[in-house]
Design a protein around this ligand. Structure first.
Ligand code: FAD
Length: 509
């Protein structure tokens, strides 16, 4: 029977059981197409990384004796739409069965289900064999529960997969070592240069220009540095384990202008396109620690929690709550994103640094995403659709299942508290405590009102006052409202007026 198997751009799993068999009757199809370039405006480095990773994966399969059809963006026969291309290929090659791997994005899942209904040949969907959980594991685990606490899910995962466990107990006696993490980074800390896999990508950049593909961000076409093959992904993992892991925990939440990825792994892209599996990253990390016990357990546990816990948890939340999740707007926010989210041209040092590095590298680490760009957008009351589109476009690792849950959920609290138990908002105090930004800033982090008062201060209190009805009943917010209420009415009004002034001129901050 002649089969066609679709491989989407984020399904580059070398170890998938599909590839255990070889047959001249099985055609694998990969395609670059406008459909995927236009559902949101992507960072140019993200598009280039996807094309490179897909092309080298197709080469790898060819070298291993598989039959491949690879439609480049400029292929004459490319219709630029997933289903039109599939329809045409099925006819042309006399395909008798169509197979695909379950997409991780809802829109593609729907599109392929609908497409299969139109076919008069048999079809079958397969697991991507990538995640440690399946789509419904989280929903089943929390069935009947009101709160979907990540920490309970994570503990279940640790036990089930025997990760950092010792005779049924967590290694070291505790599940979570976060209180030992999250330190401010001393100014003179040595920060390693991000490991680079340099290649010339001018040809792809020219192709995108020729097709007038709209993109955001910058690229050095002569020296593109992201890993795009499995070998490079494994090499980056080794670099991380050797050079970054020992400091990962302590400086996980630190922010500085001294570097753009600090001690973070930058493995999200290679994991999200499935070149590396979360399981192998976790197992290798644990094995590395077994041989190098001088690495703090807090760093190892903290890193593993992100992947075994947060990454699988977010995927479960996505499949439990989509498609309704993409409509959530708990605070009814409706402002546009300030224009400087696309230029970095703001006098606020934290935001200009986080935005500029996002434009330059298609990357910001978690705390920059959460406590700088995300925090500001929430304090300012930006519509979650706008925030989502920005995050989904700008980051190299942005795929909706992990972007929307982090953005709309964790960062914007637009789901009303499914992912986070309280909004991740802060005044300038947090920025000053965790970063080197404030000493280089035009604004004064100590001032709430008046000349050069840091906008985060008045916007923070304004946010709390504005959303009092929604947040008052939240037990984790009570203390902060009591602090606010200790202010005189006059003081409160001054702060609210300051916030209003800033919001009026938001594009000029
Ligand atoms: P590290 O800090 O080295 O962490 C290791 C790995 O843990 C990451 O590669 C990632 O796979 C996983 N991880 C860490 N935190 C999370 C998390 N909260 N959710 C899921 N996985 C996590 N991550 C994406 O992969 N794609 C996104 O589009 C994305 N959008 C985000 C948007 C916002 C507003 C926020 C606050 C976070 C977002 N994250 C996203 C989560 C996290 O910020 C990134 O995974 C991380 O910054 C990627 O860099 P890294 O590989 O160096 O991570």
């Amino acid at each position: 029977m002649k089969k066609m198997r679709l491989i989407l751009g984020d399904q580059l799993n070398h170890q998938h059981s599909w590839f255990n068999e070889k047959s001249d009757n099985t055609l694998y199809v990969l395609m670059e197409m406008r459909q995927e370039l236009e559902y949101v405006t992507h960072h140019i480095q993200k598009v280039v990384a996807f094309f490179l990773a897909m092309r080298s994966f197709a080469d790898h399969l060819k070298r291993n004796g598989h039959q491949i059809i690879y439609l480049q963006l400029d292929a004459e026969e490319n219709n630029q739409s997933l289903t039109e291309n599939l329809q045409w290929l099925i006819q042309r090659h006399g395909i008798e069965k169509f197979e695909y791997q379950l997409p991780d994005e809802y829109r593609l899942d729907e599109q392929l289900k609908e497409f299969c209904e139109t076919l008069d040949i048999s079809t079958e969907a397969f697991d991507t064999e990538h995640f440690l959980t399946d789509r419904s594991t989280l929903a089943d685990f929390f069935k009947g529960k009101k709160q979907l606490l990540m920490e309970s899910f994570y503990r279940m995962m640790r036990k089930q997969h025997e990760v950092l466990m010792d005779n049924g107990e967590p290694v070291g006696g505790k599940w979570n070592y976060d209180h030992e993490n999250r330190k401010k980074m001393p100014e003179d800390t040595y920060v390693p240069q991000p490991k680079a896999y340099e290649r010339d990508v001018q040809e792809i950049v020219d192709l995108l220009h020729a097709f007038e593909v709209a993109t955001i961000g910058n690229i050095d076409a002569q020296s593109f540095i992201w890993p795009v093959t499995r070998e490079e992904g494994l090499d980056l993992l080794n670099f991380f384990l050797e050079d970054c892991l020992p400091y990962f925990g302590a400086y996980q939440d630190a922010m500085t202008t001294k570097g753009w990825s600090l001690f973070h792994s930058r493995l999200s892209f290679v994991m999200n396109v499935k070149l590396l599996s979360p399981e192998e990253v976790i197992r290798k990390t644990e094995a590395h620690w077994q041989k190098n016990k001088d690495i703090p357990l807090s760093a190892v546990e903290g890193f593993i929690r992100q992947i075994l816990g947060w990454r699988e948890y977010m995927r479960g939340i996505y499949w439990k709550y989509m498609p309704d999740y993409r409509e959530e707007n708990f605070f009814n926010n409706n402002r546009n994103l300030p224009s400087w989210y696309w230029t970095g041209e703001t006098k606020m040092k934290c935001l200009s640094h986080a935005v500029r590095q996002s434009l330059d590298h298609a990357y910001a680490h978690h705390i920059q995403r959460l406590m700088v760009t995300g925090n500001f957008a929430l304090l300012a009351g930006v519509h979650p659709d706008e925030v989502d589109a920005w995050y989904l476009g700008i980051y190299i690792d942005a795929l909706e299942w992990v972007e929307i849950t982090n953005t709309r959920g964790m960062s914007q609290f637009a789901d009303g508290g499914i992912v986070a138990t309280k909004p991740y908002v802060s005044s300038a105090n947090y920025m000053h405590k965790m970063s080197h930004y404030c000493s280089q800033c035009h604004y004064d982090y100590k001032k709430k009102t008046g000349d050069k008062a840091c906008p985060f201060n008045s916007l923070y209190w304004d946010f709390l006052e504005r959303n009092r009805k929604e947040l008052d009943g939240n037990p984790r917010m009570g203390m902060i409202y009591r602090v606010w209420d200790k202010n005189s009415t006059e003081k409160k009004n001054q702060i609210i007026e300051q916030a209003a002034k800033y919001l009026d001129k938001i594009n000029e901050l």
